[in-house]
Design a protein around this ligand. Sequence first.
Ligand SMILES: [Zn+2]
Length: 338
Amino acid sequence: MKVISAEKKLCLSCMEEHEVKRVEVQEENVFKGVTVNYPARYEYCNRTDEFLTYDDSLITNDLAFKDAYRERVGLLTSREIVGIRKMYGVSQKDFCAILGWGSSTINRYENYQVQGVAHNDILRKLADDPKWFMELLNRAKDRLPQKAYLKYLGNAKEYYRLKQDEYARAHIETVHMKFDGDRILAGNTDLNLDKVVEVVGYLAQNIADLFLVKLLKMLWYSDSLHFKRYKRAISGLVYVALPMGAVPDAYKSLLLLEGIEYDEMQCNENISFRFKAPADFEIRFLSDTEIQVLDEVIERFKCHSGRDMVVAMHLEEAYKNTPENQPISYQYAESLSV
Ligand SMILES: [Zn+2]
């Protein structure tokens, strides 16, 4: 028996005034044939040795019981359901409307009723998939107040943005996993996406028109030069030899990372990305020697066009000696033209 608090007051068990303790005890109960243990709270009279419920402890004890059951059978707990709803900042009623459920369903799940597996799966998917939430939200648009709809949409978009970074990181890491242990392909360093984001920000901050082709080549030059000097690349990215030169494996996912920013520009028929440093850009992960190397690469290539970069790349031993679509080894760093 754990004591939560104590207060001198009229005891409703012995009907006398004395110090009454609020306590937590472990209880055992059976729900749908499953025996579970859970913490329950009571007021305790040490004179009658009796436990009494108080305020809404009957309700909260029942909820603790149901949540213990839910945890035991792998269902979302009431708190987790509240968490998913709050993630999108939605009211109970609107959440039901978005899901197409009866208007008090969520209220019941959050307070006393155990949800079935089907509803549980839907809630779990919502927690992981803001894009799907936006689809459901859109479907329910006419049933929601305009202001609320816009608020929920904003929350979902923000969450999606965060998720996107998570997805992109996971993808880049998975792709790089296949090179695991091959130090000469990864530049003798572990993949560090925080540094990648920072290198892109730093290059963008210091180069006026930084488009994708140039950026990707500059990443390779930066890593290669750092390897040449210190036997260790900056980012841990593995680069592949494409016709246009060196490109980090899974580079498309790099563009989705939080902190990598660009404007989309229409050039003739093509869309191109012009990179820019985030407004709050600051160096947190890169070392002084790494910055120094970046400065040299910037100085060398700042006036190169994307096409010039491709030409320069094609003259590098590392590129000439790597078959198309194959990873470029850092073993050629010694012969780097920079
Ligand atoms: Zn008493």
